[in-house]
Design a protein around this ligand. Sequence first.
Ligand code: ME8
Length: 508
Amino acid sequence: MPKTFYITTPIYYPSDNLHLGHCYTTVAADALARYKRLQGFEVMFLTGTDEHGQKIEAKALSVGSTPKEYVDEIVASIQKLWAKLNISFDRFVRTTDDYHVQSVQAIFKKLYENGDIYKGNYTGKYCQPCETFLTDYQLVNGKCPDCNREVIDFSEEAYFFKLSKYQKQLQEFFNSAPDFISPPSRKNEMLKNFMELGLEDVCVSRTSISWGIPVDFNTKHTVYVWIDALSNYISALGFANDKYDDFEKFWPCDLHLVGKEIMRFHAIIWPAMLLSLGLPLPKKIFGHGWLLFDGDKMSKSKGNIVDPIKLCDLYGVDAIRYFLLREMPFGDDGLFSNSALITRINTNLANDLGNLVSRTTTMAFKYFDGLLPEEKAFEENTLREVCKAAIREMEQFMDDLNPPRALGEIWKVVNAANRYVDETAPWALAKDPTQNSKLAGVLYNLLEVLRVISVLITPIMPESAAKIQKQLNLPEHLCTWESAKIWGQTPSSNPLNKGDILFPRIEK
Ligand code: ME8
């Protein structure tokens, strides 16, 4: 039985312009999912869309559509974006899917029957022009954050979830599973800002929002935000519905990857819901930082967004994936700027990796017509040892959810290989016929190191990895994670293919 790995992103609000910041969660999850698959795990990588709520209903109305027509169109554009970014999700859940609706209704009922949901009164603020309910926390100087107008007090019947009841059980769980909330800085935030202040019950239904899942035992109410959204992680495995049958196989989840602003819902409300349902808790919740642009969180309302499609068209998908995973300190905020992106592309990708591939294959064609001789009398271990150490370290960094450091390990190999070219100077060996077998040995080592590099970059830059593997003419079994650990597997006289430049230099 293969080992399983279940990884999720949050489900996205349908927005017609997801920006580069949004792509960060999904690209990071994709890299981890690909890494685990490469290692032989059976992976379930789930993403999807969070389609209910009053804002969406209002938006649909304003463009003359029904909410469902409106979200259908946007969800299609989100799926196109993920295709562009080579996101290899295994399942895509929509909160408007029938099976999800069925699960949410069953979950809500179960929580109610357990005595963890009760009727109360929801009070808050309402912005009439925007038709939006707001919490005190969302107001800016007591006014609507979107239109800056006065808000009015608001009250209606609602159901509440007894989060406060789970305070002690959650605290005990956090103590017993110290890595559950990661990184440690986020854990401290959760403990200090929420647990220590005492948990309050949360509103889980509304009567004034019609675009939502009806509470089936009281259809005046629709399920409000979090029970609907969070349940996707189990509805998509078939919990309380007949659509799928993977719950036993993949639950508990290995990793919920989320942005830091929704950590509280995942680290506190979600585990409390699961405790109430009597289900095992996820193994880890990782809260990543924000991509900042001009010193602020990249977001539509701030008007500082970068369009990922345009960037991919300009610079190539792998360059964007590489930038996001190399430049964002995992767990902390990171900065986007055009010049930082171009510098990364020109130095790490064009100069270091692209150049290594290009000069190695060019020399193999120039000196041996793309076919090294069978016999090579030259053996040495420098690059083999560098690869061995880098793979060991990279595994550690990927398991610690630290792609920038994992990429740093790959670049140690790339840099060592470039140094090796300079030190062995194949162009000088080529001038002396007695050095022919040494020349073949040097080029073999370089082709072998490229094979290893191509495997290691697969999770982060799948297209470039495939291009290198095509140039090296490698069969699938020489491109697995395990095969990268064993040096010298490629037959000496494996004929090479010519290929294009991997990463063209960008003129600033
Ligand atoms: O939060 N930098 O959806 P969403 C990094 N529907 N990540 C960013 C970012 C930035 N500038 N801006 C957004 C939701 N994100 C809910 C989730 S889950 C049960 C419900 C990330 O569309 C954000 O942190 O607002 C989150 O992980 C993802 O984009 C989706 O955000």
